[in-house]
Write a protein that binds this ligand. Sequence first.
Ligand code: UGA
Length: 444
Amino acid sequence: MTNIAVFGTGYLGATHAACMAELGHEVLGVDVDKAKLAKLEAGEVPFYEPGLEEVLRRNVDAGRLRFTSSYEEAAAFADAHFIGVGTPQKKGEYAADLRYVDEVVETLAPLLTSPAVIFGKSTVPVGTAARLTKRLRVLAPAGGLVELAWNPEFLREGFAVQDTLRPDRLVLGVDRETAGRAENLAREIYAQLLANEIPFIVTDLATAELVKTSANAFLATKISFINAMAEVCEAAGADVTMLAEAIGHDERIGRRFLNAGIGFGGGCLPKDIRAFMARAGELGADQALTFLREVDAINMRRRVRMVESARDVLGGSLIGARVAVLGAAFKPNSDDVRDSPALNIAGQLQLQGASVTVYDPKAIENSRALFPTLNYAPSAEHACSGADLTLVLTEWTEFRDLDPDVLGNVVRTRTIIDGRNCLDRERWMERGWSFYGVGTPGAS
Ligand code: UGA
């Protein structure tokens, strides 16, 4: 078993720390946010992630998982140091803000007096690992005995535990010139996963960094492709859901990530494609990624289009209209509202004069912090009370299961736009609702 430190206790770091302890390792989670650490030490996850609290609590109770704000403690304790801090978009720029990753390396390296491996997991622009390797050579007292490898993470929020313990693949980038312990240590740490024949791809640092960015760019492209088809379907009177199903049967295409709607959001896909374009520009390869500008533009157009649809359905003006917004999280099974299309649309509707009431099963608290001027309701029924228009913007199971009659009794007008094509259209129309989907005949 390995002594592991994980830097950062957000969605990525907390999940990785808990799951590494679940594999039997001794783990120390490190963060500068003491309030967060106190929660984690008490076995509480500071955000909503199904299944994570159980794993966290079990391992905290077993004494395998501890938390600290002390880099000295982490340096003395661990043989493997994982970097799992955020790489948000820089304000006013496309590029990624690497200050948190840099801070970990700059603070940790001078404390490393004996052999260790640092595994980067955060999503970074290609070339970052090579740059950090040079810094390590300068800063770490143990010099070349401290190795840096890149081990990108592919977990999805909402499925973080299962994606960490049963990933599709493991990728490890190593410094080909000095490659020594990193691969063997990674094999030890992930031994249980590798025993289940999970593909393990060992490559150079730059390729490993690029695997992650290009995977997210591909997923974003797939979503924007189907949303572009939704635009065409709307113009041609065709049905994008049937189209996705039909093309998805071709195994080369695949049905997953072909759900048309209000587009992608969250803390990863939007900022990752922008950072990728910025980095390609620095490398002189910007032409190769100009298509990502279009991917981004199609995605942002979905939000504008939804606001226009709401206005059209309401007869041309949003002023004074009561709009119920069901869903605020950027996707179901998450309380994350970073760059959430749903919340962005709610904000735009309000700016255009609507009175907007939002309900989300898990994301109200985070939404309120970001958009304090919107109204928030404790249930879908409360949000819809007196509504002229209902919008479903995040496909929570709870919304799929809503009873059209129960909701119909509280709204002023039975009009609904399903921004995620997640409801049973027939069921709602049978109950007298005017129903609009995305990329479907009758889409407004
Ligand atoms: C994404 C990737 O899927 C992960 O593999 C990756 O590890 C992660 O980013 C990351 O870089 O950390 P995540 O942001 O959790 O994961 O969410 P996704 O499931 O990818 O969904 C992203 C957005 O796309 C959501 O807003 C979702 O509603 C939207 N989406 C997804 C669609 O609009 N249509 C689809 O068909 C699929």
